[in-house]
Write a protein that binds this ligand. Structure first.
Ligand SMILES: *Cc1c(COP(=O)(O)O)cnc(C)c1O
Length: 430
């Protein structure tokens, strides 16, 4: 089908990027399990290597199954192009890679997935990059943190661990005024609930491991390019605006216009970093993404039901779900995620650390795992696991105090989830 702008989300999540296989007519996208592609002749090979003709060379760069997924996600996010890679964390490095150089920094929200905090505060230092963490609810702090060496601003649409909602438009305006791109991690919201590009984001990153695949089978990541940032407006992004020495002096912005970032991510990023998504992983994610809207509707409905029940339970101190009227973030829902506030939140249990540990051990349907965005309901007690190394003050600031657990509400029957929480809370607070 032609991906006309008039098609709705439910149609695009099934059809965008896919067409019957030209060789066999296969209706489902085949898994092109091949590493290489035969060139028509030497001239064709040379044209492909010169990026004068777009086609398939080697699966570290491009693969037809992965290409369908890239077009699917780009369409759902409203971007001009997308590049899939091996994990969400790979996507974050791939997103920063064309922008950063040694000595450059990214201004990041304090409310991020735990693994991202570690990647940004520790590991990227080995590349000579750094991160400055600021409270994204404080726009002046974001503005003040951006300096001459800042090359990106990074936040999550629906942010960890409490399901806090970022005012993407306001942050985009600050980034825009400073001439730096805004990168939004849209993993917990998905394009069904939130469209960061329509709110001013330059790039959107995903851990496709989570809701986009939805069934907990494969890790994957994706970077979507809005095509709207002018990389040549300043001298800050030489990899995109100046002759790129890693590609015989090609100027990506001049040659590829709005697709400069996407082409750079394939021709340099995947070629030299090699964080490639394999076609099997793309297949599982393509299977999952077909039902994204149906799952997200149920995730949101269940999260609302469970959060409301928890908030009214005397054994619970508070619930952070932004869908609840008590949340300071509920006012942002209409502008940022009009179809709902996702299915990720925390709640505080009376009885503190001991009660939380007992709760986690007593649940039967909820799995105790360091993951989110599965069809299954998941729970983690951050203070005894992912945030164990932090001081009590740091745990509090991260929204991971000892009396708090984080849940990712699945698509089971809500009454079964409530019954499970009820029996586990009884044991935990006995
Ligand atoms: C899981 C996750 C990541 C990291 O993704 P992986 O696929 O595990 O590498 C990044 N951001 C968010 C919000 C996540 O939930």
């Amino acid at each position: 089908m032609s991906d006309g702008p008039s098609y709705g989300f439910d149609t695009l999540q099934i059809h965008a990027g896919a067409r019957p296989d030209p060789a066999t007519g296969a209706r489902q996208t085949p898994i092109y399990q091949t590493t290489a592609y035969v060139f028509r002749d030497a001239e064709h090979a040379a044209a492909l290597f010169n990026l004068q003709e777009v086609g398939y060379i080697y699966s570290r760069l491009t693969n037809p199954t992965v290409a369908v997924l890239q077009e699917r996600i780009a369409t759902l996010e409203g971007g001009v192009g997308a590049v899939c890679c091996s994990s969400g964390h790979a996507a974050q490095i791939m997103a920063l890679f064309p922008l950063m150089q040694p000595g450059c920094n990214v201004v990041a929200s304090t409310r991020l997935y735990g693994g991202t905090v570690t990647q940004f505060s520790q590991t990227i230092k080995r590349f000579g990059w750094s991160a400055k963490f600021v409270d994204f609810d404080d726009l002046d702090a974001v503005r003040d943190a951006i300096d001459d060496n800042t090359r990106a601003v990074f936040g999550e649409s629906i942010a960890n661990p409490g399901g806090y909602i970022t005012d993407i438009r306001a942050i985009a305006d600050v980034a825009d005024a400073a001439g730096v791109p805004l990168i939004i991690d849209n993993t917990s919201a998905t394009p069904y609930l939130c469209n960061p590009i329509s709110l001013g984001a330059t790039l959107v990153v995903h851990s496709t491991t989570k809701y986009l695949t939805g069934n907990g089978t494969v890790t994957g990541g994706c970077i979507v390019d809005s095509g709207q940032f002018d990389w040549s407006a300043s001298d800050k992004f030489p990899s995109l605006s100046q002759p790129e020495p890693a590609y015989h002096g090609l100027k990506f912005a001049e040659t590829f216009g709005p697709l400069a970032f996407t082409f750079h991510s394939i021709a340099i990023g995947l070629r030299d970093l090699g964080m490639t998504m394999n076609p099997q992983a793309a297949h599982y994610t393509l299977m999952g993404i077909e039902t994204l809207s149906l799952r997200m509707e149920r995730h949101v409905e269940n999260a609302m039901t469970v959060a409301t029940w928890l908030e009214n339970d005397p054994r619970v101190d508070y619930v952070t779900y932004a869908g609840l009227e008590s949340s300071p973030y509920s006012a942002r829902i209409p502008a940022v995620c009009p179809k709902g506030a996702g299915a990720l939140f925390t709640f505080a249990v009376k009885g503190g650390y001991e009660a939380c540990v007992k709760l986690v051990d007593s649940l039967e349907i909820f799995s105790h795992v360091a993951n989110l965005g599965d069809t299954r309901s998941l729970i983690i007690h951050s203070a005894s696991t992912t945030h164990r190394q932090l001081t009590p003050e740091q745990q509090e600031a991260a929204g991971a105090a000892p009396n708090v657990v984080r849940v990712s509400i699945g698509i089971e029957n809500a009454e079964d989830l409530i019954a499970d929480l009820d029996q586990a809370l009884a044991k935990a607070t006995a």
